[in-house]
Design a binder for this molecule. Structure first.
Ligand code: FE2
Length: 151
């Protein structure tokens, strides 16, 4: 069984972003498994490097989609991305520099917590805007129509 399992609390209402988030979770699982099964420093270093790079790539994509969707909480969300991306890069840099304990169990647990909580809490807040922009009918105006508030 996967260390981190996908569940509906991680869904943000956009197929591209959901598939990015699934890939990030897959990379977290790969990192955890590589450490758990005693893989070489090269293998573990590669996984943590791909994770850090994909985090950046994904944040850029997510920021473009949020901007297109007119999400009003962009500034706070962007600063969270800068902070989170920096934390993941620092873990990677310390590991690649050979620091003992850079990927100790508690650090890997933190990576999981930072990323899953960001998706569940912060990313969840743009869901109605992004869903509306995706045209799937689940945005705020569609919800209002569903409630019969418009004549
Ligand atoms: Fe985000």
């Amino acid at each position: 069984m996967a260390w981190v399992a996908w569940n509906e609390s991680l869904a943000v209402g956009n197929a591209l972003l959901d598939s990015d988030h699934r890939l990030l979770i897959d990379l977290l699982n790969q990192l955890h498994d590589a450490i758990d099964t005693g893989q070489s420093r090269d293998v573990i270093g590669n996984v943590v490097s791909v994770l850090a790079e994909y985090v950046e790539h994904h944040f850029q994509r997510e920021e473009a989609i949020m901007a297109d969707a007119g999400f009003p909480g962009m500034d706070a969300h962007l600063s969270q991305h800068r902070d989170l991306g920096g934390r993941v890069r620092r873990v990677r840099d310390r590991y690649l520099a050979g620091e003992r304990g850079a990927l100790a169990e508690d650090v890997v647990d933190l990576l999981k917590k930072w990323l899953t909580e960001h998706i569940q809490v912060s990313d969840n807040s743009y869901k109605p805007w992004v869903a509306r922009a995706s045209g799937d009918g689940m945005g705020p105006s569609a919800m209002a129509r569903k409630g019969g508030n418009q004549s």
